[in-house]
Design a protein around this ligand. Structure first.
Ligand code: NAP
Length: 241
């Protein structure tokens, strides 16, 4: 294993890789030698990133709310990638801010579908191969909102608190299995996720210039997955210095 390319020979899946944190994570893992599968809905953005990354990167165009489509996409991975992924970064996420009384049941359910049910479906599909090889790493992208309640966050906080619970159960189940599980929970990150809110113009939100960069979150994910084999980074919480 070369120090410069510590992930050479590893296969990785990054969900929500068409932009933002997921795209930065995909670039970072590929830079260290991993062959990455990029999953999201925006086919053009994925194709552009696959072309930019090279290194055998592949695209999986899929809406994770469609459990059938997600299952088919995950089934196609071994053939597309040349093997089952040993690193999974569950990153795809949906976010909006609205008081609970103004949040429709459908919007609440859709947020849970993307942020909670889909990561579970991904892990459920890919865990058997990881467990069989006794080599795998599931990285969950949480949020500051998986431990802190903010007004307007009913759907998002419910999904992220739940996602942290899923991570903790997986950690308990997979201890000493060879499969590592890590939660990376950033504070505000300057990505398109904030576009509909425009945090620079609204009181109570962190200005974009004071947010983390997607690349700094990607660096943290890279550190987690390249940590020594005997170490499980259980939880990493990121805020601006
Ligand atoms: N930005 C922040 O301040 C912040 C802070 C803490 C945690 N996070 C978490 O970090 C993760 C990434 O967020 P980001 O800031 O990079 O947001 P972003 O720029 O909005 O990117 C979200 C990604 O998720 C994908 N996605 C959303 N809905 C999807 C669906 N139904 N099916 C498939 N893919 C879907 C999007 O791709 P398509 O639109 O192409 O499908 C996109 O690639 C999320 O889990 C978010 O909760 C973000």
């Amino acid at each position: 294993m070369s120090t410069a390319r510590p992930l050479a020979g590893r296969l990785a899946l990054v969900t929500g890789a068409s932009r933002g944190i997921g795209a930065a994570v995909a670039r970072r893992l590929a830079l260290s030698g991993a062959r990455v599968a990029l999953l999201a809905r925006n086919a053009d953005a994925l194709a552009a990133l696959v072309a930019e990354i090279g290194e055998g990167a592949v695209a999986l165009v899929c809406d994770v709310r469609d459990t059938g489509a997600l299952s088919r996409a995950l089934d196609s991975l071994p053939e597309l990638l040349g093997g089952a992924p040993g690193i999974v970064v569950n990153n795809a996420g949906a976010f909006f801010v609205a008081p609970a009384r103004d949040t429709s049941v459908d919007a609440f359910a859709a947020t849970l579908a993307v942020n909670l049910t889909a990561p579970f479906a991904v892990v459920r599909a890919l865990l058997p191969a990881m467990s069989a090889s006794r080599l795998g790493h599931v990285v969950t992208i949480g949020s500051i909102a998986d431990r802190m309640a903010f007004p307007g966050n009913a759907a998002y906080a419910a999904s992220k608190y739940g996602l942290r619970a899923l991570h903790e159960v997986l950690r308990a189940e997979l201890k000493a299995s060879g499969v590592r599980v890590s939660l990376v929970s950033p504070g505000p990150v300057d990505t398109d996720l904030w576009n509909s809110i425009d945090p620079d113009q609204q009181a109570g939100f962190t200005p974009r210039s004071e947010m983390l960069s997607p690349e700094s979150v990607a660096e943290a994910v890279h550190w987690v997955v390249t940590s020594p084999a005997g170490v499980n980074v259980d939880e990493l919480r990121l805020s601006r210095s």
